[in-house]
Structures are given as structure tokens and as C-alpha cells.
Design a binder for this molecule. Sequence first.
Ligand code: ASP
Length: 605
Amino acid sequence: MKRTHHCNELRPSHIGQTVTLAGWVHSRRDLGGLIFIDVRDREGRTQTVFDPSDLPKDVFERASSLRSESVILVTGKVRQRPQGTNNPKIATGEVEVMAQNLEVLNHAEVLPFPVDDPEVASKVNEELRLQYRYLDLRRPEMARNLRLRSKVATATRVFLDGEGFLEVETPLLFKSTPEGAREFLVPNRREAGTFYALPQSPQQFKQILMVAGVERYFQLARCFRDEDLRADRQPEFTQVDLEMSFIDREDIYRLIEGLLKQVWKTALNVDIPTPFRRISFEEALNRYGIDKPDTRFAMEIVDFTEEFRSSSFKVFSGAVANGGVVKALNAKGMADATQGQIETMTEYAKSFGAKGLAFIKVEKGEWKSPIVKFFTEAEKQALTSKLGIEEGDLILFAADQWLNACEILGRIRLYCADVLKGKGKLNIPADQFNFLWVVEFPLLSFDKEQNRWYSSHHPFTAPVHEDIPLLKSDPRKVRGQHYDIVVNGVELGGGSIRIHQPEVQKIIFEEILQIPADMVQARFGYMLNAFKYGAPPHGGIALGFDRMIAILCGTPSIRDVIAFPKTAKGTDLMTESPAPVEPKQLRELHLELRVPKKEAPKPEV
Ligand code: ASP
């Protein structure tokens, strides 16, 4: 079963050589008595030709009975394709192999979907693709994704090794320390009623590795979060996770900029400019209405709080009187927005608690909107000059508390960009990558329902040094030493400089997050203890590896870059997991089930 060449190797220089190819029957065509079989392997494909006048009958018959995706070994002579039959679309398109022998290594049954036609395959229902993932992965587009993933993983390892990092594996059987996403639990057979938990990230272990003197740790780490899956999430995923001692934020920025530069060069041969732009959380919200701004287009949000503070339009002045703000954005060229589009945007505003959405369409030299009659000349003048209003524009407003007003317009900004893209009025080149650091996040956010503070990032993030005195007096004002790396509106990763003093960590847990002292001891006691024995100052970051690969592959779905992903319901359709287990297994685990009645199955993906 030895091949002499792979299926993307033969060129005119091989003409006259006898070769053996092995692979899958990509396609078979019967033409004028000849049979043409494209043999495909991981590298590409090559055309082979079976001529009945030249071959023993049984060989020809075997060739004519072959189904797509059967596995074959073809031996023959390389020749120049006849004039006019070259196929410029494939690298081997100038030559073909005149078959002399054919061995069928395995027959394939009729396929559930074709793998040879990217156009047809891209329309195949994703559930079917996931059920027959081994066929789906044979598609050259998917094979390319896996290959790129592997290349980037290697480039990452090489780069970090060069920077002095040690790759250290941390346990998957961890302990439940809920403070963030819901965890997957693993029952412990050896002691009834105790559980391991799968790690949401190696956060605590990597910090302990710093206490252990490792200084520079990294890992391509599997992480598990039992969340209701939003469109582009997976219950298990991979992070490029790292941690360093004796550093500050600047060291992380430099390191990650170097890593991403290397990765983009390796994967796409693109030189990304460094250093990346930095923007504070507050500025990102003010200008783009989101903490992961897509800066490939402007359409920035503009503040009009002062201009409308004493406006006779009470919706605006009332919001300001209530401690809120007035903000607006100009969706250039969108005055022709349909009723449906306006309704969609109004729904976005309402989903943030707004009563409605104020807007102005600028058409035929007129400002069309019921609210314009309330505006003074000065207010109109301010809008015109600060928003650069012209014929054809659509102006959208939010008057609300600061964060809400920003987020409403942030959501609408992205929607308008999509609409304008669809109309060809906004053009974003596919190879444009706008990286930026978002910095100076608030350390804490307030949960109104539970009436308590929670960590914006995680409880190990250090406050900005000069803000520590505010921790007890004005927690809202405390900034965290947290940073996110964003590209084209996607959060690629985040991290922070950590708290390394046990007393500060204890204040955060007990006084700020109000976790009872005995619970802190039970969950994090080992960590607080470790920090008593000489913890170096340290910090780190984790990049979403799946998401990074999806961006590099230009696919919107991380499922396309994971070999065996799960559906939105967390199932693996190929292995049919999760699945029930035997009563004996449950008994061994000291578990009893109370399973609610089954609902009718819904579509999966
Ligand atoms: N463990 C964090 C996360 O998964 C990243 C970090 O702080 O390094 O988001």
C-alpha cells in the first residue's frame, strides 16, 4: 500500500514516470469510453485516466464500478494532458496519470452528502455534517482549517518557547470554585457526595505555578463552561493560556503583540502593525458603545448631554436631569431605512429598557422626525456640526443612563453597519485587521438584582494601585489592571495583573464580593495560603484559540475550526453524547436520578 507521490505533487517534470497514488475517489466521469477518476488525499487531487483499450478487462471494470469516496491505489504513467484539457484550478492540472493498475482498498457506500463540491457541501444541513463529521472533515475547506489550526498551534509554541515559557499541563479534574460560569461536575466514586469540577480555565493553577517559581507558564488549555450556548460558544474550548512573574501590563502587551504578529504572518502571510492602539473602557463605550469596538468603520457616537440639558424636548432634558446623558450617531446614507429596519432598531433600544427610539431622517433637504419641532436653532446647529449631517443621513438618539445610552447606540451602530454593508455603501476589506487593547476596565460591576458587587473580570484581578484606597469608600471608581485584546469587534482574549498579597485578596473576597469567610476558606483557602509563602507579583492573559483560528480562516463559526464540536444544545451528534449510563455505574457513583419527562426533540444546531 505504498504510494510514490501524494495527490498534489505531480507536475510536467514527472512526465514519463511510473507512479502510485493512494487516496479517495473524489469524482468519476465516464467520457467517450474513457473513465476519469480524480484521486484525492489530504494534499490535493490528481486526475487518473482508465482506457479500456489499454487495460486488462478486470481493471477497467473495477474502475467503472467505483463509487465516490472509495479508497484506491492507482499505478500508472504520468503524461501531459491533451491540448486544451488542462485544469488551471488545481496544482496538478497540467498532467494526468494513465492507469495501469487499480487496487480497491475499501469500497464506500452511497454518501449522505457529497464532499467533492464546495458549493453543494456548504448548503448541507449542519446537523448532517456533524453526524458524519469524518466525511465533512474530508472536504478540502475543512481540511484546510484543521491544518491552519495545527500550524498556528505550532507557531504559538515556538514563539513562547523562544520567550522562555514552559508548557505545563494542569489538571482537568479540578474542584468546584464557582465564581463565574456554571461548571461541569464529575462525581467521585471513592467518596459519596464529593465532586471534581472541570476547570473553566487554569486560572488558579497558573497563579500557583507562579508561586512555585515557574516564572513563565503557557498551555494550549482545554476549558469547560456549562453555559447555555449562545451561537458561537462551545462547552469545551481551547485557550492559549499564559502567566508571567515580575512583570507589569506593558510586558503583556509587548508579548501578545509579538505573538499575534508571528501568528498572522504564519497563517496569512500578513504583517500586522504593532504596537496596537489602546483605548480605555470608558472611551470605547463613549465612542463605539461597546467594550470590544469594531474600528474598521467610524460611525462614532457623539455626546449631546450639554446641548440638551435645558432643552424643551423633555425626553432629552428629563434624562439629563435624572443623571443620564444624550447621545447620537449618524448612520450615513441610511435615510431610506425601511419601517422594518427602524422597528428592529427600536426593539434593540427597548431591550435595554428604553421606551422607544428617537431618530431623524434627512431627506429632500428636510429633517423628517416628529421631535425636530422641539429643537431650537442652536440645538439643530450643534447636531449638524458635530454629526456632519448631510442629505441622506439617518440620525439615531439615546437618552438614558450613561452605560445604557452607550450600549443602545453601540448595538444600533453594528446593525447599521451590517445594513450598509448589505447595500454596498460600506466596504470592509476581508484582510483588514484592526487590533486594539481595551484597558482601564472598572474592577467591579454592581448586580442590581442581587444588590452586590461582582468582579468585572475575575476576583484575582488587581486594582490599579492608586485606586486601592477607594475599594471600601467608592468601589465604582476602582479601575482594574485588566486588559482585553480585540480585533474587528471580536474579543480575542483578556487577562490581568493579579493580586499577589493575601490580605488584599481576602478583602476582595470577603468585604467586596461578600463571600462568607468559611466559604472563602473552603474554596480558595489553599490559594490564600500559598500566597503567604512568597508569591511573586504576576499577571497573565488567555486568548480564545478557537476564535482566533476562526478569524484567520475567515469563517463566522468556531464549529468550523474544531474537529468535533458540539451543537448549541451541547450534544455531539456523531457519538450521540451525552447519553444515559447503566444503573450499575450510577450506583458506584452513589447517584440516584430524578429525570423529568422528555420534551419533544427540537432541531439541534
Ligand atoms: N483565566 C482568564 C479567562 O479565562 C484569563 C486570564 O485572566 O488570564 O478569562
